[in-house]
Design a protein around this ligand. Structure first.
Ligand code: SF4
Length: 151
């Protein structure tokens, strides 16, 4: 698990073995939809992650990266684990937003386990309430090898 500040090294490493477009599967594990809206914003013409070859896919079996938004509720934990196990290796997990990182404002709730790393391995945490689509874009750009250090 790493925070965004140390993600760049990891992304550069990934670019060596990942010479194709990154396909992303998104799962909301119980959030308020604020981070989902920002995630969708990254797909719109303003940020346009598809120009990097990034695609949002409807099956985890087709994904390279799992993006989790929201705190992990007791109801969502099993589904999240099942989704993670369906994604083929090598795979990476991005916790998008403070809730997915730590449970956020929902932490301590009777039905909240915490952040995504309580259930599955998390490679990158992007905090923010909501997380900014520009930061998400930057993380994906690094993942795709489009940007390098200092970019
Ligand atoms: S981090 Fe903020 S915007 Fe994102 S799901 Fe949690 S409460 Fe909503």
């Amino acid at each position: 698990m790493e925070y965004i500040t140390s993600f760049y090294t990891e992304a550069l490493y990934m670019s060596y073995f990942r010479k194709k477009s990154i396909w992303v599967y998104h799962f909301n594990s119980g959030g308020c939809n604020g981070c989902d809206i920002e995630f969708v914003d990254a797909l719109t013409p303003k940020y346009d992650v598809e120009r990097l070859g990034v695609q949002l896919v409807s099956s985890p079996r087709h994904a390279d990266v799992l993006v989790v938004t929201g705190p992990i509720t007791t109801m969502a934990a099993r589904a999240l684990r099942n989704i993670y196990e369906q994604i083929p290796e090598p795979k990476k997990v991005i916790a998008l937003g403070t809730c997915a990182c730590t449970g956020g404002i929902f932490a301590g709730g009777y039905n909240v386990i915490g952040g995504a790393d309580k259930v599955i391995p998390v490679d990158v945490k992007i905090p923010g309430c909501p997380a900014h689509p520009g930061v998400f874009l930057k993380a994906l750009a690094r993942l795709a090898g489009v940007e390098r250090d200092g970019g």
